[in-house]
Design a protein around this ligand. Sequence first.
Ligand code: C2O
Ligand code: CU
Length: 458
Amino acid sequence: MKITRRQLMGGALGAVLLPAGARAAAPATLRAGPVERQLAPEGYPPTALWGFEGSAPGPEIRLPQNARLERRLVNGLPQATSVHWHGIRIDNAMDGVPGLTQEAVAPGGQFDYAFRLPDAGTYWYHSHNRSTEQVARGLYGALIVEETEGRPEIDAEEVLLLDDWRMTPEAVLSDDFDNLHDRAHGGRIGNYVTTNGRGDWSRTVRRHERLRLRLVNVANARIFELTLLGLEGWIVALDGMPLDRPRPVQETLVLAPAQRADLIVDVTAEAGETAYLVQLTPQGGMSQAAFEVMGQAAKTRRPAPDALPPNPNTGLPGLSGARRLDLRMEGGAMGRLSDAMTVQGPKTIQGLMQEGLVWALNGFAGLPEAPLTEAALGETLRIALINDTAFPHGMHLHGHHFREILPDRLGPLRDTILVDRGERREIALVADNPGDWLFHCHMLGHQAAGMKTWMRVA
Ligand code: C2O
Ligand code: CU
């Protein structure tokens, strides 16, 4: 067949172009794939990781409050994946939980995420499929939602993603992600600690400068215990949500996996000194972030900052008439799993362990078919978190923030709460976001080993 040049061009254009006006810009991509990064100090080879858009950690996503976030996840990994937008009170269909809110995206596949960001604050995104492995390989990034008004007066801001990596002496990521010993104990703890993927994160500052530090614990299992040296300031938000009143940083700041803290700090170290965010370890302290003081910005410090503006619909829940539930954590090393066996029916403890299931919630190991509870939209729930194990657990509820019920008051809004071994803590929440919401331990190996359930809000 013979065709004219005219016909050829017309056909090609017709196939590619939509009529003007019907064109929707394709969303920006968030491509997951292998990357290399100089993670270990200079002199070591770069480490093979997985990241987004060619970088691990993935790119920071920063948008104003109430904006829409749109990203096309493109899976260039050899495994299925998904993205969870941690702490966002999100449309359920965009929550990124395979088996609950979407299918995992197969290698070569893609999925369009699009949702509104109702709350200002410090959030993060991460893989939610095989997350023990995928987050450990680097599939996470910061999601910063900026206040549109009432922004604090600061000189600079830093987002600090705190992580630990388990590496071999050759700076290769150790691939024992499914290690059952880790899972039955404290989870995968790394041997190389970084901030924003660097073992020696630092910047220069001036004395009396005011910084906003947005801290995010992105580690699989490490509980960061932090303190300030040569910096003084306040916690102004936890897990994205502003505190009613800035709280001076006095003692140790504890961040469980997935938790965030927004600090406003003043540089009080002298010019020529170095100020630090310090990680306290059993061996002493180590620099998590260093601030070299070069000169002086002002003679004196500013007055204390105001509270950040509250996010919408974050009032105190009324507790009278709230429905009570228990969530009992069991299993793990030095713990019991016997009750789990009876609920799981035909499965024996050996059978569960062969599947890698060593933790249970309310006697069930793994994601149960029936939800923990079905809440009516707007219902207030009080959930007692009972840690009947020998390890701490950082429990995270999707799609909602909750408050701890303290003897004399309600605690700040959080999306992840650390419950120590043997502890019983009670939380209250208004189930005001419809959908099916995962509720799990954010020590990712614990989650993979059974410590998860879900809630239906309808
Ligand atoms: Cu940050 Cu279910 O996760
Ligand atoms: Cu746990």
